[in-house]
Design a protein around this ligand. Structure first.
Ligand SMILES: *Cc1c(COP(=O)(O)O)cnc(C)c1O
Length: 455
């Protein structure tokens, strides 16, 4: 062990960031604007404010302000579980017998079990500030719904969650955590919305999808006085809130003289990865330092590695604005065989633009190799990782094993976004040797990409 670097680096409450960072301010070529699906013109603040809280809509459209003050109430809430530790993976390094130094930033240290709480509290706070009664949202696996329920309970806001029906049935404990925090959880599709009724009439017995739940949540927001819709990933505002992860990491690294060579994160909609890398990317964009960044996605939902950079719908119901992003097409649904999260068809427009400019790399990995890495990590480092987070572990281990061959002493940093306690059915499948891999064929991707909107 390196006696100058503790196993866990804890920051003090005073070192909690006072501002979030908006990486778009330092990008010379900015992400393309969101477009109104009706007119094809950039959306206005007024249009956005019909669906989202006004301040959040403002953050979404702001690509010039580098730093945004974190309101005191949000920082107070962060104190319940932040700053989160940066851990030196000494035991993993030893198990791999690698010359690389490995660090991870752990975001699972709160009841919701993931980084999503960082944005949930911010979004709930601005809704409360605006005098709203409540918010609506969708949840798939349940992490986002849980995080939002916690934030709403804290602020006394009503929270309506549309939970994809198959998860509602398969993950009863997630649902009960949300209800314990006072959320109203409805299995989607439901009879409570017009779009839900329509889908149920057309496909009786359907177990739902994320795209359908989004459409129901948006409808519930616009038809209930005093409600707005909130989303836990993909959007630029979410990426801004998640920079609390990267800013803390940077403070810890600077304090101990740690210089990461490569920074790795899993990428579903891109919020944790964007949040972790943004401050480091800022340094790179300003020419102050250089880093390699790697986005890791499932081979079964490969938006960066096999998707197209184009305008697409953010939801299956086609009610949200169009975003230019790496996408597999809004109708793409990953194979039922895919166990973990990270099943969104598109990618944050900020990360998409950075990837298109060659500033970040992307890699796709198969789920059996992801669970192999998860198991190896759990056994030596103690923490049971979420399947999503384990995508980053897989590539961190691969990079460390490369160093073992070359003898390089690279510093590898990855985001450990959450814990896997609610994912034991997937672990069970892996432990029983019943997990397999599925990689979509070119024809499958083409049929969904052929349906991209013509802009
Ligand atoms: C939601 C989630 C992700 C993926 O979402 P991003 O927006 O890509 O960060 C990753 N890990 C965990 C634990 C999650 O809950």
């Amino acid at each position: 062990m390196d006696k100058n670097i503790p196993y866990k680096i804890y920051l003090s409450e005073d070192e909690l960031p006072k501002q979030w960072y908006n990486v778009r301010a330092d990008m010379k070529k900015k992400p393309s604007p969101l477009l109104d699906p009706g007119t094809g013109k950039p959306v206005t603040l007024e249009q956005m404010s019909g669906i989202f809280c006004t301040e959040l809509a403002r953050q979404e459209l702001d690509d010039t302000t580098p730093y945004i003050d974190i309101p005191k109430d949000i920082r107070d809430f962060y104190r319940m579980y932040r700053p989160s530790p940066l851990t030196r993976a000494y035991f993993l390094e030893k198990a791999l017998d690698t010359s690389a130094k490995i660090y991870y930033k752990f975001e699972g240290n709160n009841t919701s079990g993931s980084h999503k709480l960082n944005s949930a509290i911010a979004q709930a706070y601005y809704a409360k500030q605006q005098g709203l009664k409540g918010v609506t949202t969708e949840t798939g696996a349940g992490q986002w719904g849980t995080a939002l329920s916690m934030a709403c309970a804290y602020l006394g806001l009503d929270c309506k969650v549309f939970m994809v029906k198959c998860s509602y049935e398969q993950k009863p404990f997630r649902r009960e955590v949300m209800r314990t925090y006072g959320a109203n959880v409805t299995p989607s599709p439901s009879e409570t919305t017009e779009v839900g009724k329509k889908i149920l009439a057309e496909f009786p017995g359907t177990t739902g999808s994320l795209g359908c739940a989004i459409s129901e949540a948006v409808e519930a927001a616009v038809t209930h006085e005093g409600y707005r819709y909130v989303l836990g990933s993909v959007l630029s505002q979410v990426l801004i809130h998640q920079t609390v992860i990267g800013l803390e990491t940077m403070t810890a690294c600077d304090k101990y003289g740690i210089k990461p060579d490569v920074i790795i994160g899993c990428a579903g909609g891109g919020s944790n990865l964007g949040g972790l890398i943004s401050p480091f990317m800022g340094r790179k964009l300003r020419g102050e330092a250089d880093y390699r960044f790697i986005a890791v996605e499932p081979a079964s939902c490969p938006s960066l590695t096999r998707g197209k950079y184009a305008y697409d719908f953010c939801d299956t119901g086609k009610v949200c604005p169009l975003a230019k992003m790496y996408t597999l097409g809004s109708g793409f649904i990953p194979s039922a065989n895919h166990a973990g999260g990270l099943r969104y068809h598109g990618m944050s427009s900020v990360l998409s633009e950075l990837y298109d400019q060659g500033l970040i790399e992307a890699r796709s990995v198969e789920q059996t190799s992801v669970f192999q890495a998860a198991t190896q990590f759990a056994r030596v480092e103690g923490t049971l990782p979420a399947p999503e987070s384990s995508h980053a572990i897989r590539v961190a281990i691969d990079e460390a094993l490369k160093c073992k061959e070359t003898g390089e002493e690279k510093t590898i940093l990855f985001g450990l976004t959450g814990t896997g306690y609610f994912d034991m059915l997937a672990y069970q499948k892996y432990n029983d040797g019943e997990m397999s891999d599925y990689i979509p064929t070119d024809e499958e991707l083409k049929s969904s990409l052929d349906k991209l909107p013509k802009i």
